[in-house]
Design a protein around this ligand. Structure first.
Ligand code: FES
Length: 95
């Protein structure tokens, strides 16, 4: 089996951490203990992990609660980190 590719995520706190192409950015962030670590449900419902992706590309693999991410937010790359997979290196920012 091929190893999943690994990308580098730069967090809003200036820390960087590795994230495999097949894991959510939130899971990788939690494993690396890179801040800011905010999470609740891990399922796209609570909104705790909301951040903006300011560079790089990603895919949404789980539905994000519309109560926390509006269509306009989504257009501005505001996402729930538990719902996205990296497709490249990413840079995160607070919203
Ligand atoms: S941890 Fe609840 S929405 Fe991401």
């Amino acid at each position: 089996m091929m190893e999943a590719r690994t990308f580098t995520i730069l967090s809003s706190t200036g820390e960087s951490f590795p994230c495999r192409a097949d894991e959510s950015v939130l899971s990788a962030m939690r494993r690396a203990a890179a801040g800011p670590i905010r999470y609740g449900c891990f399922g796209g419902g609570c909104g705790a992990c909301k951040m903006q992706i300011v560079s790089g590309s990603f895919s949404v693999f789980k539905p994000m609660s519309r109560a926390h991410v509006s269509p306009q937010d989504e257009q501005n790359s505001i996402v729930l980190l538990c719902c996205i997979l990296p497709l490249s290196d990413l840079t995160l920012a607070e919203v």
